[in-house]
Design a protein around this ligand. Structure first.
Ligand code: ADP
Ligand code: 5GP
Length: 185
């Protein structure tokens, strides 16, 4: 029975929003805290939102084999630390990874038993509206993220589950059902 869930999909599609509610609805499910070289956004705490690492520290930890997967996204590096995953699986907790598509592909090799879920937007226009509406990224960064999104959307067929995040409540119900089915056996 798989105990690792991967949630992927383009930036702004609603992964973080869905995950917050999923964690409330599935007791015991834990979110792995990723490492990144990007700067913290206002309000993001070190060790909570991410482990914020310098380029040098991230590179050293790549060399030391500390990552289950890592990828470059919009000029920054993001990765899942083995230690983050292991401390949760060793404690018997089911774990959620929230990662971009290149990393989700690597997980197919490193953790083939993981349940991989792609979150899709109803349309490219809606994705843009959400990224702009979130208000966390400047215009240039939004354009970069939308460009990457085109490739990411083309990859959704690689994933066992695709959940469209149109009406939030429907998407959450669908996500909860997928996770519960795998946990309950
Ligand atoms: P991601 O984590 O995938 O980058 P977020 O969870 O930050 O995306 O969501 C991006 C923006 O879209 C946020 O402002 C969020 O409130 C909004 N959002 C998420 N899901 C929906 C939805 N189903 N309908 C409308 N807005 C949504
Ligand atoms: P953001 O800068 O918006 O927090 O994240 C940018 C992208 O990086 C998102 O698509 C997010 O899912 C992805 N991401 C976050 N953590 C990881 C990780 O550990 N590994 C990979 N491969 N991507 C990640």
């Amino acid at each position: 029975m798989s105990r690792v869930f991967v949630i992927t999909g383009p930036s702004g599609v609603g992964k973080g929003t869905l995950i917050r509610q999923l964690l409330d609805r599935v007791p015991g499910l834990e979110l792995s805290v990723s490492a990144t070289t990007r700067a913290p956004r206002p309000g993001e705490e070190h060790g909570v939102a991410y482990h914020f690492l310098s380029d040098e520290d991230f590179a050293r930890r790549v060399d030391e084999g500390d990552f289950v997967e890592w990828a470059e996204y919009s000029g920054r590096r993001y990765g899942t630390l083995r230690s983050e995953l292991r401390k949760r699986t060793d404690a018997g907790a089911p774990v959620l990874l929230e990662i971009e598509v290149q990393g989700a592909r690597q997980v197919l090799d490193s953790l083939p038993e993981a349940v991989r879920i792609f979150i899709a937007p109803p349309s490219a226009e809606v994705l843009r509206t959400r990224l702009v509406g979130r208000g966390t990224d400047g215009d240039a960064e939004i354009e970069r993220r939308l460009q990457v999104a085109e490739e990411e959307l083309a990859a959704q067929g690689e994933f066992a589950h695709v959940v469209e995040n149109d009406r939030l409540e429907d998407a959450i119900d669908e996500l909860v059902a997928i996770v519960r089915t795998h946990l309950d056996g």
